[in-house]
Design a protein around this ligand. Sequence first.
Ligand SMILES: *Cc1c(COP(=O)(O)O)cnc(C)c1O
Length: 372
Amino acid sequence: MVDFTALAVPGVQALRPYQPGKPVEALERELGIREAVKLASNENALGPSPRAVEAASQALRALHIYPDGNGFALKEALAERHGVAPEQITLGNGSNEVLELIARSWLAPGRNAVYSQHAFAVYPLVVQAVSAEGRAAPARAADSEQPYGHDLGAMAAMVDAGTRVVFVANPNNPTGTWLDGEALERFIAQVPAETLVVVDEAYAEYVEQPDYPDTTQWLGRFPNLLVTRSFSKIHGLAGLRLGYSVSSAAVADLVNRVRQPFNVNAVAQAAGLAAIGDTAHVAQSVRMNREGLRQLGAGLQQRGIGFIPSVGNFITFDVGEEPGAVYERLLREGVIVRPVANYGLPTHLRVTIGTAAENERFLRALDAVRQT
Ligand SMILES: *Cc1c(COP(=O)(O)O)cnc(C)c1O
């Protein structure tokens, strides 16, 4: 018998794949439940912009044509949005793909990447897949101002001559913690100029804290900075897979060398372009999220359930015990949340902000679960 595991590249041999949230259809199929709600993958409960849906359906008529491999129109719009040149944009099949392209273009065996404990799970995965070394810096304490958040000092201490990439999630998923502009700027200035600093801003549009930085504005000062953004969260286009990075043109050129020529499909490009123009949909999403954060925060507090204060579109709360039973019982109540033990948070669950009705449904389900 051939041992295929032994034949795979070292990183892949030990790779444990990303665990996505359970789809509604899977739950309904497994438990015979109807009208389940999924609050497990930080999707936009408002749905996509109607303008994006219209643009996507127009694009369907030209499905026989390859997409624009260079994403000209979308890049132009994104460049204008961030005040940069189109050559500074790299489009991805979700921002996850951009993270993978970064790993492939900057990491290899003998090189390392630094990220925080409890950071987004895709960082260690893409690092390991190319058999590079991943270094998780200890996070901030559970009783700190940003519980379980990035400790930039601890991260900087792990950077050495072999560090080619540092991943910073701002805000971070699943903690919902964030970094202010002053602290982040000091950190980037401190990192060697040869080390790429990747700031993942997948939830940027939701953050309303005045000290929260838009680091796409710092590219002129930091040639080793790369910022990723996503259409999956605020724009509600997770199903289409669209994300991008903004960096120096030189870094973008290298990242683009490993990109497949048609990685972003034509429907996603059309929908993304329309979504950028729908500022009313973005504003409504921000408003709904602000209210939802307040509703769920108050609901958890009333029930004496601890949670990590979040600026994203989700809240990670502490069940106080191994949460498998609570998770399973919530499923039986028709509510899908997300276990986060694989993030080093063994007693927490993460819930995505839904509509007011969905949030209420989650809180009621939680009451039902806790009464039994
Ligand atoms: C959801 C998420 C992303 C976005 O992923 P896409 O591939 O764009 O859907 C990136 N980073 C973090 C931290 C996320 O939570």
